[in-house]
Design a protein around this ligand. Structure first.
Ligand code: GTP
Ligand code: MG
Length: 149
């Protein structure tokens, strides 16, 4: 089964959106295999967004991500990477569709509440960056046969 890295950024935590966000993934039928709350170091935040190094918004992005607590999660299930990005919505919340997390709750691109891996490759890298293997739970949901045909 596919896995993705989902992270509620400091704005999402301060705005009390943690439960709402988890509820969407849980209700869809996805399986939570890892979760923790932490204040990321600048080093970790910088590595997470390494693909954007050199862009004008990079320093502010790294400062913002390390400015408070985040909720880091790994979710598992069929096409969860793509579905996660669909749930999240477009990068700019003003362009995100209503019904998406950013579309429902965000305004500015630099305060867009949540991160989700954008490919199988980035999901693998991000899960390895944020979690130790022992922090990921191996188990089967009893609802599995009611979610999947
Ligand atoms: P993530 O899931 O956080 O990676 O967002 P994304 O994949 O939708 O967008 P992308 O990876 O291109 O950019 C990473 C983050 O940088 C975004 O979530 C924004 O918070 C921020 N960002 C991207 N473009 C801009 C920009 O033009 N200005 C500012 N201020 N921030 C930006
Ligand atoms: Mg991205």
């Amino acid at each position: 089964q596919e896995r993705t890295f989902i992270m509620i950024k400091p704005d999402g935590v301060h705005r009390g959106l943690v439960a709402d966000i988890i509820k969407r993934f849980e209700a869809k039928g996805y399986k939570l295999v890892g979760i923790k709350v932490l204040v990321p170091s600048k080093d970790l935040a910088g590595k997470h967004y390494a693909e954007h190094e050199g862009k004008p918004f990079y320093p502010g992005l790294v400062n913002f991500l390390s400015s408070g607590a985040v909720v880091a999660m790994v979710w598992e299930g069929k096409e969860v990477i793509k579905t996660g990005r669909t749930f999240i919505g477009a990068t700019n919340p003003l362009a995100s569709a209503p019904g998406t997390i950013r579309g429902d709750y965000g305004i500015d691109v630099g305060r867009n509440i949540i991160h989700g891996s954008d490919s199988v490759d980035s999901a693998q890298k991000e899960i390895a960056l944020w979690f130790k293997p022992a922090e990921l739970a191996e188990y089967e949901l009893i609802s599995k046969k009611w979610v999947y045909e």
